[in-house]
Design a binder for this molecule. Structure first.
Ligand SMILES: [Zn+2]
Length: 145
């Protein structure tokens, strides 16, 4: 499915206007905050930022999205309840809670594994002196009028 054009944010080089990428993301996302153009200029890449550069409010925002995953863990419980009704099987609250608990546990495990992987990759980038030098250069370049 193609997202609507007004939701796509393009990253263009501020110097030569080359198209360097695009995203449909709006919320703060862990990733490199800039993209390097072939001409040597750095283009900002919102809403991406490195984990260690996020303030505590942005970190809470990223962590808060885990609630959606927790809610998606309710799906097995709902399927259990629906199956009990449709198949005319006996319904037990323990079975329902077990399905909800297992779903929430699996969803949270999948979400936290993904988040921890993103944080690990972010810290790996930040640990690279070449990347940090580019980040400083990007920051200096962004402050120029
Ligand atoms: Zn360029």
């Amino acid at each position: 499915m193609t997202p609507p054009l007004d939701r796509i944010r393009e990253y263009r080089c501020p110097a030569c206007h080359a198209l360097l990428g695009s995203t449909t993301r709006r919320a703060v996302t862990i990733g490199a905050p800039f993209v390097e153009c072939g001409c040597g200029t750095y283009a900002p890449r919102p809403p991406f930022s490195e984990w260690d550069m996020l303030d505590s409010r942005a970190k809470v925002n990223v962590l808060g999205r885990g609630a959606v995953w927790l809610l998606s863990g309710m799906i097995p419980g709902l399927l259990y309840a629906l199956g009990s009704i449709l198949l005319d099987r006996s319904y037990s609250i323990l079975g329902f809670l077990g399905a909800v608990g297992a779903g929430a546990l699996l969803a949270t495990a999948a979400w936290s594994t993904r988040l921890l992987g993103e944080i690990r990759r972010s810290r790996r980038r930040m640990g690279d002196p070449m990347y940090r030098a580019k980040l400083v250069e990007f920051g200096t370049q962004s402050r120029r009028p």
